[in-house]
Design a protein around this ligand. Structure first.
Ligand code: ADP
Ligand code: MG
Length: 248
């Protein structure tokens, strides 16, 4: 297929077949550096499966996923994480009995600090980073709180923070504002705009107000294929999109 690409993520001809059913069917799309891309589409369109394919949880039947020109479809899940792709699932997987600080601390990538540095310097580095991330996710005043006492929205932010502390170049979020209040959704949009310095975010979402707030570009999936792509304004007016998704 293609050679070198300028894109952060280049998905080409991606296909997965489950017992003959193509959940993702010859899919191609391209994500720029520092872009927030949102994938929308009806239930069963294949959105979550696309993230599963990118992060190596599901093996592609055909096609290619290039992340900064590295082919991901043949790599193992943990190697894909190490290459800089972070994924948040629909249900938050935080440690309820640990504090916010501890949840962030254990997510800090080990072996990243300079070898030979004094232990107190290393832990200082981790603490600074934990505090920086906590500020970004609006939890700086909750560092000592056990995660079980956070609101649903705060738990979602904490999980985003646990990804953020690993500094992925591509962060993938599956329905991050589901179950959040209107105020929490607004803050989540602000959070995403803050964190794209030096990275891109790929988001699946149904809340059109939120999508409008965050998306640089929208890709509309239906039956495992792209039926429209472009600005929110453009795809909203697309008759195919209205017919299969927005009209419902
Ligand atoms: P969406 O996230 O857009 O709602 P999914 O990606 O979850 O859709 O699912 C797309 C289709 O693929 C659905 O019909 C679903 O039942 C099917 N599917 C997803 N994962 C598997 C799997 N591991 N085995 C069989 N079918 C699957
Ligand atoms: Mg889904």
């Amino acid at each position: 297929m293609s050679g070198e690409t300028e894109f952060l993520l280049a998905v080409e001809g991606l296909t997965v077949s489950f017992d003959g059913f193509k959940a993702v069917d010859d899919l191609s799309f391209y994500v720029d550096e520092n872009e927030i891309r949102v994938i929308i589409g009806p239930n069963g369109a294949g959105k979550t499966t696309v993230l599963d394919l990118i992060c190596g949880r599901t093996r592609a039947t055909a096609g290619s996923v290039k992340f900064r020109n590295t082919e991901l479809t043949t790599m193992k899940e943990h190697a894909i994480v190490r290459a800089g792709v972070g994924r948040k699932f629909q249900n938050p997987s935080i440690y309820e009995d640990l504090t916010v600080f501890e949840n962030l601390e254990i997510s800090f990538p080990r072996g990243r600090s300079v070898l030979g540095a004094l232990t107190f310097r290393r832990s200082g580095e981790v603490r600074d980073r934990v505090e920086e991330v906590a500020r970004t996710i609006f939890l700086h005043d909750h560092l000592a709180m056990r995660a079980e006492y956070l609101s649903h929205g705060q738990k979602q932010w904490l999980e985003i923070g646990m990804l953020l502390i690993q500094d992925p170049a591509l962060m993938m979020l599956d329905e991050p504002v589901a179950g959040m209040s209107v105020a929490e959704r607004k803050k989540t949009a602000e959070l995403l705009h803050r964190i794209i310095q030096g990275r891109s975010v790929l988001v699946i979402e149904h809340d059109m107000g939120f999508v409008e707030d965050i998306a640089h570009k929208v890709t509309v999936l239906h039956q495992g294929r792209v039926i429209a792509e472009g600005s929110m304004e453009k795809v909203q007016q697309d008759p195919k999109v209205i017919e299969v998704y927005l009209g419902h």
